[in-house]
Design a protein around this ligand. Sequence first.
Ligand code: ZN
Length: 114
Amino acid sequence: MKNTTVIVLLSILVAILLVTTTTFAVLYFTKDSNNDARVSSSDAEQECDAQMRTIVSAALIYTADTMYFPTSWNDLIPEYLNAKLYCPLDGTEYIIEWNNDAPPEISCPNHGAL
Ligand SMILES: [Zn+2]
């Protein structure tokens, strides 16, 4: 009786693991295949996060090179960033708090801060 219970519980556990793994695999492999479709809001959010990280990285490299914190887009473009970046969802400008003594703080009106 007890052994049966253990086996049933183990089977349920294995089933849950399989479903979880399959779900992640499906999500992972379908992620790149729908690039041609319109940008879904979750895709836009991921891209938005990536862009904000790009801006932060550019600011850090600028600081490493110059020993100053960037105080405007002009400090970063074109040497550290190709162009000003906007939220991919609808082209909204990022809210950036430039500081003389700290890295810039970036947030998106649509997606919030990093
Ligand atoms: Zn955004």
